[in-house]
Design a protein around this ligand. Structure first.
Ligand SMILES: Cc1cc2nc3c(=O)[nH]c(=O)nc-3n(C[C@H](O)[C@H](O)[C@H](O)COP(=O)(O)OP(=O)(O)OC[C@H]3O[C@@H](n4cnc5c(N)ncnc54)[C@H](O)[C@@H]3O)c2cc1C
Length: 444
């Protein structure tokens, strides 16, 4: 593959060029509302939707376009897994706690699919089952652990060994085992965000794009040329700035890359997925993932150990070229198939890979919805923050989502070792080691 053939451009932006999207000009005045939501990704859009449907006056500020950051860069897999598989959640929280956390993501998926169906959102919804692929002995073990966990809590799945895998995916020696289950989908996430924006506008939400929050003074969120005064403020932003809140310390990010191919022929699709398209990802720590879009393009993502935790975007094509080369080694019948565009993206994470939804301890009218690793989790968390405004006694998921939960590598140590080291160690620890950790708050 020649390097010139890959263009640094987000495919979802390319696909947006053919659609009519609503214009939401920047805020240039002082306005007042019940709740201002800052950030128009998956979390912010769903928070705004729920509040508007409950009759509140809602303003949404977005510094780019709605869906213009992680949401609109994502691969659009709607699965409950994100960075943590079910067995990892159950090891950490026990059966009831693990199921409760898992169900946040399944509720998020249900909410997205319901929106698509209720409002006829055109965003390339593809119902595709998930296939988690085990590489090497460790991967094989992870597949069997996942299967044992799923059956112990009554969730259906089908397990494949290396031989039977070729019934559902092109025969390759790369994978030792796989586990497949349903209830999962693929979408064009930027189209979803823009279509949902249209629904919100119809519900009376005032949306200002190209409007960055600069700071918060009391109950007022200031932007460059305007301001919004509100009883409640929900911050659903990525890459939170320290000048807005020191909670920025509790969020870092992991970097991944995506690429999109020319459309596959029908014969190639049948060869890759003999029984129909699947959402695939593998068991490596820095995993690769791929799926088919509605127009039969291959969406392929992955990263590298060296770039995952770097503080800034790496835009060089080298990382994705290595991911593509690896994919083609596994599926040599596609070795001449062209990938045309690629783009990097940074996913906000917390230290233990579970999101934060909590109120500021000193300014309780501000809620944070941060570090949502995955579209379904972001959807659930935006929704949950909105529900907490509508029902101040709601606490059902606070135990998992509060800011003040304990971590292996505490915040204090972060000051000496830096965020990159502290977060990468915490992330690995919480994914592979952390056990029985419900509760134990740091602050009274
Ligand atoms: C390359 C890539 C692939 C991914 N693939 C998948 C996948 O297949 N499936 C999946 O479930 N997840 C995937 N993810 C993760 C997923 O995209 C995120 O977890 C999810 O989108 C987070 O949603 P969010 O609303 O919390 O954040 P965001 O979508 O990042 O939304 C935050 C919004 O806040 C805005 N903002 C930030 N600062 C300000 C400010 N000062 N003022 C106003 N607005 C501000 C941003 O512009 C942004 O629109 C992927 C992410 C990347 C980068």
């Amino acid at each position: 593959m020649s390097r010139q053939s890959l263009l640094l451009q987000n495919w979802w932006y390319t696909s947006l060029l053919h659609t009519n999207t609503d214009e939401c000009p920047p805020l240039t005045e002082h306005i007042v509302c019940d709740t201002v939501v800052v950030g128009g990704g998956m979390a912010g859009l769903h928070a705004a939707q729920l509040l508007a449907e409950a009759g509140q006056s809602v303003v949404l500020l977005e510094r780019n376009i709605c869906g213009g950051s992680s949401t609109g860069k994502s691969a659009g897999f709607l699965t409950p897994d994100s960075e943590l598989e079910l067995h990892q959640l159950i090891r950490r929280y026990g059966i009831e706690g693990g199921k409760a956390v898992w169900s946040m993501a399944t509720e998020g998926i249900a909410r997205i699919v319901d929106n698509i169906q209720t409002h006829a959102l055109e965003c390339d919804l593809q119902e595709q089952q998930s296939l988690f692929l085990g590489i090497g002995r460790g991967g094989q073990h992870a597949v069997h652990e996942e299967e044992a966990t799923r059956s112990s809590v009554g969730y259906d799945s089908i397990v494949y060994d290396a031989r039977s895998l070729c019934d559902i995916i092109h025969h390759t020696h790369a994978y030792r085992a796989g586990i497949r289950y349903d209830g999962t989908y693929g979408i064009n996430p930027l189209l979803y965000a823009q279509e949902l924006k249209h629904v919100l506008l119809q519900k009376g939400v005032r949306i200002y794009e190209s409007t960055a929050m600069v700071d918060i003074v009391g109950h007022t969120v200031n932007s460059h040329l305007g301001s919004v005064e509100a009883r409640e403020i929900i911050l659903c932003v990525d890459k939170l700035e320290y000048n807005v809140s020191s909670v920025a310390d509790d969020v870092y990010h992991a970097q991944t890359f995506l690429s999109i191919s020319e459309p596959l022929s029908k014969e190639e699709v049948d060869e890759l997925f003999p029984k129909g398209p699947l959402l695939c990802w593998d068991s490596q720590l820095v995993y690769s993932y791929f799926r088919l879009t509605g127009d039969r393009r291959l969406l392929l993502g992955g990263g590298s150990a060296l770039t995952t935790f770097l503080p800034h975007d790496v835009t060089s094509p080298r990382v994705i070229e290595a991911v593509i080369a690896d994919f083609k080694r596994r599926f040599p019948f596609l070795k001449h198939h062209a990938f045309i565009q690629y783009w990097p993206g940074r996913i906000d994470t917390t230290r233990d890979l579970v999101p934060i939804v909590d109120r500021d301890p000193h300014r309780p009218y501000i809620q944070y919805v941060l570090g949502c690793v995955g579209l379904p989790w972001a959807t659930f968390c935006g929704d949950y923050a909105a529900r907490k405004i509508l029902d101040p006694d709601l606490r059902s998921h606070d135990l998992f989502l509060r800011i003040d939960r304990p971590f292996f590598f505490p915040s204090l140590a972060q000051r000496f070792f830096g965020k990159m080291i502290a977060f990468s160690l915490n992330n690995i620890w919480s994914k592979y080691i952390q056990k029985d950790v419900v509760g134990s708050p740091r602050r009274p």
